[in-house]
Design a protein around this ligand. Sequence first.
Ligand SMILES: Nc1ncnc2c1ncn2[C@@H]1O[C@H](COP(=O)(O)OP(=O)(O)OP(=O)(O)O)[C@@H](O)[C@H]1O
Length: 284
Amino acid sequence: MKGMTLDAIRIERLSKTFSSGKRGLDDISLTIRQGEMVALIGASGSGKSTLIRHIAGLVTADKEQGGAISVHDRAVQAQGRIAANVRDIRREIGVIFQQFNLVGRMSVLTNVLTGVLGRIPAWRGSVGAFPLIEQQAAMAALTRVGIAETARQRASTLSGGQQQRAAIARALVQGARILLADEPIASLDPASARRVMETLENINRQDGITVVVALHQVEYARRFCARTIAMQAGTVVFDGPSTQLSNERLRQIYGSASEELILPDAGEVRRPSSLVEGLAAAAA
Ligand SMILES: Nc1ncnc2c1ncn2[C@@H]1O[C@H](COP(=O)(O)OP(=O)(O)OP(=O)(O)O)[C@@H](O)[C@H]1O
């Protein structure tokens, strides 16, 4: 029944060759359905950030091969050219980076309100005179991500994990239907990392927002994401249920580079997925 469920992200034959001659992406094709929560894993330099930047329409792919990306059935880029109406499409896509997502000297609330700047004239943002209804929406978003009490603080006073949650609140206010998070927990301690992942899980489940999260450690992928796409040297080397990506499988795919993807003290983080597997095995 065509048209019933939209694909959130469709990537066809995408390659990227940098001016240095290095191939950052090598013939990637994949589809992510609306409402999925997908982990993108891979060792340093495997192409995760490059892929996310292409989906967000921030960079163009090679034009040979006719590579294309569409979001909600609308072209973001094709054949090496960004779509003319990409600004409209970008509004549906929230992007969160590893760090530097916020303007440190502005309040947390103002940072979150910048999410609406795509919809209201810029001058209102510059004088901080956002309509009350938008301020309320921003407060509601901060409550959703669990940091309402920080609204009036300067963003620079937040912990790393709180900053990431403020960035998620901004994406909510922006009205994003897709969230691309590029290693959002890479510089966080385990407890803060878990809270950020739980926040992503929450907006995925409650709001149906499609989440694609680049992660360095497979344990978080197994715990929070039903599907994992694993990359190596610009190609997809695994795409399937995260539970199938055992440490053994990782070692087969990556060899010694797999060490980088497995937390040394993984016991605690791994338990939930093995519990799920145990329950599935018991039910079978
Ligand atoms: N602008 C660029 N010019 C040349 N090479 C680049 C450029 N951007 C990325 N690369 C290279 O492309 C490869 C993929 O980089 P990318 O940042 O996407 O990897 P990643 O999987 O996100 O890694 P990390 O975990 O370190 O963020 C790397 O080898 C990188 O050096």
